[in-house]
Write a protein that binds this ligand. Structure first.
Ligand code: SF4
Ligand code: SF4
Length: 467
């Protein structure tokens, strides 16, 4: 290729397919895909949607399986309650997640985007389906959009946008259930709206946001807005698996003429791969940021290859090296380094989750209080304890001094029953025989017991007289 030809060939990189040359929105009318991958994606999307809408209803021992209550800083993962005190586990979890995303992207490219990204799943398998059902094929949709406002156009548009709004409302409610929990959402729904104006405003904002994204913004989210999509350019290398056009086999492209012996490549230049592309790109131009890895072009091209009697896979999952050199997949040093880091972080996180306390106790001497001399030749200190019960059940606990003779007397209570999912604040006196106290400030340990089993040992100080 001459330099001039190369420059010309790369002009597609100077513009985005969603904007016309005059700067207006170029609405993409993608054909409905069909084929092997679309069938698999259908199955994945059904499972995905069932899981997404069902998860808020699933509970373990009356605790939701997942809850991300940012408002009250309460998080539940797999039925385990996490508190702000457990934030370090979240921090390690987030770092592991980011490393996982990077590693996954380095190896598998945009597999996530094409198969399980909520934007793709809802757009392709919910909203576009509704559109096809009401407005018909992309050709009919274009005719409807370009045509005058007839009665048919008005009712079709009204029906479509009403259902879009309804689904957006449903998605917003489901997100709310992930934040507040399904019981709270059901309770709020039964109460007068005036009691929850803030929440209602939030719901309306999110409903409008989802509606706007799925009804109008669409593929622009993937090609322009999504930070993960933007960052992929720096994560990809020549061994990254992506949807690739086998230009070695396909070029030189040209129409099929059954009367002549074919001297051209296998691409019959039918443009089917372009017509099904939801972002409107031509994958034959090479790897592009706008490709969301939806596999629609693979299915379209395979169908064409089958019809013309050529081998399938002209467009397929393959890395640049695989296409250019026929190279096989290898673990590059970058992949190995990310994998080691990921395993270390996952191990660290598992240890932290495994050794995480369900009852967390902090004991401090009440400020400004000195020791008291009490009956029986004892010294007494007043303490305050904050005991967090991270479970969803009340827990009976008992405090006992350890390694020293002494007695604990609770203030205002006989026994200690920790309220579930709460910080329990208690005050108690610790009485120790004078003979056991030899210093002004004495390091002591207090054991926290539940049902006869020690669950924690807390260190604190006991104040005695000056010596
Ligand atoms: S669908 Fe296949 S044969 Fe048709 S233009 Fe695309 S790559 Fe070429
Ligand atoms: S190029 Fe192919 S895989 Fe990429 S977005 Fe278009 S149709 Fe989907």
């Amino acid at each position: 290729m001459t330099e001039e030809e190369l420059l010309h060939a790369e002009t597609f990189r100077d513009r985005v397919t969603t904007v016309t040359e005059s700067g207006k929105r170029n609405w993409i009318y993608a054909l409905k895909p069909s084929g092997r991958y679309y069938k698999y994606r259908n199955i994945v999307s059904y499972i995905y949607l069932i899981v997404f809408f069902a998860l808020p209803f699933i509970k373990i021992n009356d605790t939701p399986l997942f809850l991300i209550n940012i408002i009250d800083s309460k998080f539940v993962l797999f039925g385990k309650i996490f508190w702000p005190q457990d934030f370090f586990i979240f921090a390690v979890g987030m770092i592991s997640f980011i490393v996982f995303i990077v590693l996954f992207t380095v190896i598998y490219g945009r597999l996530f985007c094409g198969w399980v990204c909520p934007q793709t799943v809802f757009m392709e398998f919910v909203f576009r389906r509704i559109e096809w059902l009401i407005e018909g094929s992309p050709g009919r949709q274009k005719a409807l959009n370009d045509g005058p406002w007839t009665f048919q156009k008005v009712w079709k548009k009204t029906l479509k946008h009403s259902i879009f709004l309804l689904f957006s409302f449903l998605i917003a409610h489901t997100f709310l259930a992930y934040i507040l929990g399904i019981d709270e959402v059901v309770k709020i729904m039964g109460e007068p709206l005036a009691m929850h104006v803030g929440l209602l405003v939030g719901l309306i904002v999110f409903t409008v946001l989802f509606y706007g994204v799925f009804a109008f913004v669409r593929e622009i989210i993937c090609t322009t807005v999504c930070p993960y999509g933007r960052l992929q350019g720096v994560m990809f290398d020549k061994d990254t698996m992506q949807i690739s056009y086998d230009y070695k086999r396909g070029e030189a492209r040209g129409r099929l003429n059954k009367k002549e012996t074919r001297t051209l490549g296998d691409c019959v230049d039918c443009h089917k791969c372009v017509m099904v592309c939801p972002t409107g790109i031509d994958i034959r131009d090479g790897v592009q940021l706008d490709c969301v890895g939806c596999t629609a072009c693979i299915d379209a091209c395979d169908e064409v290859m089958e019809k013309v009697g050529f081998q399938k896979g002209l467009i397929r999952y393959a890395s640049e090296n695989q296409i250019a050199n026929g190279a096989r997949f290898t673990f590059t040093p970058k992949i190995k380094a990310y994998s080691v880091l990921l395993f270390v972080l996952m191990g660290l996180m598992s240890v932290m989750i495994f050794t995480r306390k369900t009852v967390d106790t902090h004991i401090l001497r009440v400020k400004g209080q000195l020791y008291q001399e009490v009956e029986g030749g004892k010294l007494s200190n007043l303490f305050e304890a904050k005991i967090i019960n991270k479970t969803s059940k009340p827990i009976p606990v008992e405090l006992k001094p350890e390694g020293i003779e002494g007695e604990i007397r609770l203030v205002g209570a006989q026994s200690l029953m920790l309220k579930e999912e709460a910080v329990n604040e208690i005050t108690f006196f610790l009485e120790i025989p004078k003979t056991a106290i030899h210093e002004r400030s004495n390091k002591i340990s207090i054991g926290v017991y539940s049902n006869g089993q020690k669950i924690q040992t807390v260190k604190t100080t006991f104040l005695g007289p000056f010596k």
